[in-house]
Design a protein around this ligand. Structure first.
Ligand SMILES: [Zn+2]
Length: 293
């Protein structure tokens, strides 16, 4: 239950950020020009490293200073401790870039579609309404990592948060560029929640509707992104969301099984779609990531 609450706050915050960034994205061209104008002379070994390994190599700008510029007014954030930046860069390298580069057709896809900016925040985002945003996944142009100061690969919650943000966000690129898999929205049409109400659902209620998380019920695009992220990062994905319980004695158990069937249907359609439009086999990507965790 505790986790549900954390997730709710997390995704609640995401929704608000999404709204803001939807507006921002209307001016994408202008901000891109601004970025080019920004003279970003490397001033330290760390900046030189970022320039060489991320900016020159993949066209990714990494923002870890002046982070107030990358959240909405009224949100309070702190930059990461300097000594946490390099480990976080290595996290990005090892758990996101490396798996993509290792799979067939992954490198071309990654280089072409990688978001232009990574934002590193030291802690969480404190919103004006008292909610806390643990991470944001906003439509394709940028990934904002929170709690970089909490960097700890041996902390499953920290790791889960960062992997979820990474793979969820990057999955949005697919439907933006190539649309959703055909018929995806018809697999569990009755399961989507009404506006602003997804955070009242429990994980099990979401599962029984055929969704991997309450947030996934918020829209068909979020459903898609959550499915991809959970499939790739969750080592227990099959046990949690796919495997049927063949010894059901309760109605709840039957409902869980029914929800899992819908999730399997979604997974199959997503895997087919990835293969068709990107040439990437999500099974391979999952295996590459899992082998590194
Ligand atoms: Zn999303």
């Amino acid at each position: 239950m505790k986790q549900t609450v954390i997730d709710s706050k997390y995704w609640h915050g995401v929704v608000m950020i999404l709204l803001i960034l939807t507006l921002v994205s209307c001016f994408e061209d202008e901000s891109l020009n601004e970025k080019e104008k920004e003279v970003d002379e490397p001033t330290s070994a760390l900046d030189v490293y970022i320039d060489e390994h991320f900016t020159d190599e993949y066209n990714i700008a990494v923002r870890y200073k002046y982070v107030d510029n990358y959240v909405e007014p009224g949100q309070n954030v702190a930059p990461p401790k300097l000594e946490m930046v390099r480990p976080m860069l290595d996290f990005v390298d090892d758990y996101w870039i490396a798996p993509y580069l290792a799979v067939e057709n992954g490198e071309d896809f990654f280089r072409r579609y990688v978001p232009a900016e990574l934002i590193f925040l030291g802690g969480l985002i404190y919103n004006g309404d008292g909610t806390v945003t643990l991470g944001t996944a906003d439509a394709g142009a940028r990934i904002t990592y929170t709690n970089v100061n909490g960097y700890d690969l041996s902390d499953p919650e920290w790791l889960k948060l960062q992997l979820q943000v990474t793979y969820h966000e990057f999955a949005h690129i697919i439907h933006q560029e190539f649309k959703l898999p055909s018929g995806f929205e018809n697999i569990s049409p009755e399961g989507y929640s009404s506006a602003g109400s997804w955070y009242n659902l429990t994980d099990e209620e979401a599962l029984q509707r055929g969704f991997v998380s309450p947030y996934a019920t918020s829209s068909v695009n979020e459903d898609f992104a959550e499915m991809v992220a959970f499939y790739v990062f969750d080592a227990d994905f099959f046990a949690n969301y796919i495997d049927q319980d063949t010894s059901c004695v309760t109605a709840q158990c039957e409902l869980d099984n029914a929800g899992k069937k819908k999730i399997l249907e979604k997974l199959t359609s997503i895997k087919d779609h990835y293969l068709k439009v990107t040439g990437i086999d999500l099974d391979e990507l999952r295996a590459e990531l899992q082998s590194r965790l």
